[in-house]
Design a protein around this ligand. Structure first.
Ligand SMILES: CC(C)(COP(=O)(O)OP(=O)(O)OC[C@H]1O[C@@H](n2cnc3c(N)ncnc32)[C@H](O)[C@@H]1OP(=O)(O)O)[C@@H](O)C(=O)NCCC(=O)NCCS
Length: 145
């Protein structure tokens, strides 16, 4: 599985996948485009038979990277695709000088939580009622050195 960097032309398809993968607050094309054009953003995706099957993105500011989004299309899950995207994002974060990566995850998202824990992230604190539906977020961090 080879990842490739997002292009502006990918944003519509990614916004469609966001709607499939997140019932609350999916990123829309405008949000994706604003981040994509910020100069701090890097996205990686997997494409199979001309379809995007997994995608993720970071933004890097000085020595800190933030995982902005990551998802795998439902029927392609549990085959290592998100793990591959995370590897690409971390490699690019290091290339851009990041020494640590942060992310936020819903407390109920056990699949993502397990993925991050297995990948070496640890919880740093919780943000109470962080999401608009009242759910708490866990902030996680990984040292990239
Ligand atoms: C979380 C998500 C991105 C994982 O994608 P994926 O391609 O299925 O993940 P992978 O196959 O690369 O699995 C990586 C690791 O994550 C963990 N994992 C993934 N799905 C899991 C599940 N359903 N249950 C338990 N652990 C899971 C495992 O540790 C797995 O490693 P292993 O297979 O060696 O045990 C996917 O479930 C998804 O798109 N969910 C909806 C969007 C989302 O919640 N994104 C994260 C927002 S913070």
């Amino acid at each position: 599985m080879n990842g490739r960097e997002w292009t502006f032309q990918d944003l519509n398809a990614i916004a469609e996948l966001e709607k499939e993968c997140f019932s609350v607050e999916p990123w829309n094309v405008r949000m994706l485009a604003e981040s994509f054009l910020s100069g701090r953003f890097f996205g990686s995706l997997l494409e199979e038979d001309g379809m995007i099957t997994a995608y993720g993105a970071i933004s890097v500011t000085e020595d800190e990277a933030e995982l902005e989004l990551i998802a795998t299309a439902e029927m392609y899950r549990r085959c290592g695709r998100a793990k591959k995207i995370m590897e690409d994002l971390m490699a690019e974060a290091r290339r851009r000088g990041a020494k640590k990566m942060f992310l936020e995850v819903r407390v109920s998202n056990s699949a993502a939580l397990l993925m991050y824990l297995n990948d070496g992230f640890s919880g740093v604190y919780a943000r109470s009622r962080y999401y608009p539906d009242g759910e708490d977020a866990i902030v996680m961090k990984k040292e990239l050195i």
